[in-house]
Design a protein around this ligand. Structure first.
Ligand code: MG
Ligand code: ZN
Length: 434
């Protein structure tokens, strides 16, 4: 597991880039953020009092589209295979964390950056060892080996040091375990560390680590304050910016996908908003530091989201804006109530939707089910139906995803491309930016 040379060898066979390479790369991945999510977010942001629908930051930065298929016959990728493609330039099988079809480790752009003396880091709203960030920093035949992947963040060394100079997200469950305390290992190597979001300012230099939840960060829709992704991105850029040879930063809006799996449109829009604000932070950084390239894309689409459903020519973001909690949180609150009247009132308080008697009966019977998933999908179906939001799947789809680029070399990401070509270009820039 110490051979991280495959993509280096492949990248060196590619023609040298004709344009000067950016010094810094900010690579942002919206997990599950298919094209209809980007459109949905635009209408969700739209003020009906305005005559026209304004662009979002996603629209402003759009340059192209990418295919996402994995290295098998399915065409539908999971996040691990897609992240492997986006981090190494090589497609693999679903579940693969930076290993190829033969399960041989493939060098990642973060490992290359580290080898060449550039700083690098990852920010995620999932646990930091979840599939997407994992494919930038570790190797495994399965994304499910989450403790092994966490171990590798500390144990896989380049020039005697762990790959990542900066690790922000959730995941204390995996990094502070009974069998091993990886946080202690990192602090012994000189990493500044906090597990408290309010103490983020105590991180003053690299290397640095912040694990701010047991697994994923709290769902934005359920939080009193806004999401953490933009402040974490700002902090990461502040710490990486002094790096003399530049940096590579990967920021993941991890939970857009989780909302998509639940078919939870209000949850998805809140996560999209968190991610949009992080992108705006990155865009401002590029404006101030023009020697930087910002790339935004998605690993795949989740849920088969459609804006309009059941043959009705209408989509109702106004319904979605009234929803105050995720389906998971709504179910949790309803399960604590016994009285049907109270359940109905709480549902209305949390969603803005008044249930008819027949709907309340459906909800009450779903709440009796021992599987929370049954109640959750009922709770969310009323929201989808009221807003004319359609879903075709609880999993991923093979829809193409948008590519957005801004700053130095942004022109290189125009038109249609495969997801691997994004990584191949970035790897070449890392090799040539000296
Ligand atoms: Mg992910
Ligand atoms: Zn997913």
């Amino acid at each position: 597991m110490r051979t991280a040379v495959l993509s280096l060898a492949i990248a060196s066979l590619l023609p040298v880039v004709s344009v000067a390479a950016p010094k810094n790369i900010i690579y942002m991945i919206g997990d599950g953020m298919g094209p209809s999510y980007v459109a949905a977010y635009r209408y969700y942001q739209h003020n009906p009092a305005d005559a026209t629908v304004a662009n979002t930051v996603y629209d402003d930065l759009l340059t192209g589209m990418a295919s996402t298929y994995p290295d098998d016959e399915t065409l539908v990728t999971d996040s691990a295979a897609a992240a492997t493609a986006l981090a190494t330039g090589i497609k693999s099988f679903n579940g693969a964390i930076a290993v190829n079809r033969q399960h041989i480790p493939i060098g990642t752009m973060m490992q290359l950056a580290k080898r060449l003396g550039k700083a690098n880091g990852i920010v995620a709203s999932s646990q930091v060892n979840h599939a997407t960030p994992a494919a930038f920093l570790a190797h495994s035949s399965s994304r499910r080996n989450m403790n092994d992947i966490a171990d590798m963040y500390l144990d896989y060394r380049i020039n005697g040091k762990p790959v990542a100079d900066l690790i922000f997200g959730g995941g204390t469950d995996y990094f502070v375990r009974d069998d091993r305390n990886l946080v202690q290992g990192f602090t012994e190597l000189g990493y500044q560390y906090t597990d408290d979001y309010r103490q983020l300012s105590t991180l003053t230099r690299l290397p640095a680590m912040a694990l701010l939840a047991e697994s994923g960060l709290p769902a934005v829709l359920n939080s009193d304050n806004d999401g953490m992704l933009a402040p974490l991105t700002e902090k990461a850029l502040q710490l990486l910016s002094p790096a003399k040879q530049g940096f590579v930063l990967m920021v993941e809006g991890s939970q857009i996908d989780w909302c998509g799996h639940d078919n939870d449109i209000a949850c998805a829009m809140a996560e999209m908003n968190d991610f949009a604000k992080a992108i705006s932070v990155a865009r401002a950084y590029v404006d101030a530091n023009p020697d930087t390239l910002l790339i935004v894309t998605a690993d795949h689409e989740t849920g088969g989201l459609s804006l309009g459903a059941h043959g009705v020519y209408q989509w109702r973001p106004d319904v979605i804006k009234k929803v105050k909690a995720t389906g998971r949180e709504i179910v949790k609150q309803l399960q604590q109530l016994q009285d049907p009247q109270q359940i109905s009132e709480r549902y209305t308080a949390l969603t803005g939707i008044t249930l008819e008697q027949a709907q309340l009966q459906l909800l009450l019977s779903a709440l009796q089910n021992t599987d929370d998933k049954v109640a959750r999908s009922q709770v969310l179906r009323f929201i989808s139906d009221a807003s004319f939001t359609g879903w075709t799947s609880g999993g991923h789809t093979a829809a193409d995803v948008q590519v957005m680029a801004y700053g130095k070399n942004a022109d290189e990401f125009k038109g249609f491309m495969d997801n691997t070509s994004i990584a191949k270009k970035l790897i070449r820039y890392i090799q040539h930016a000296q």
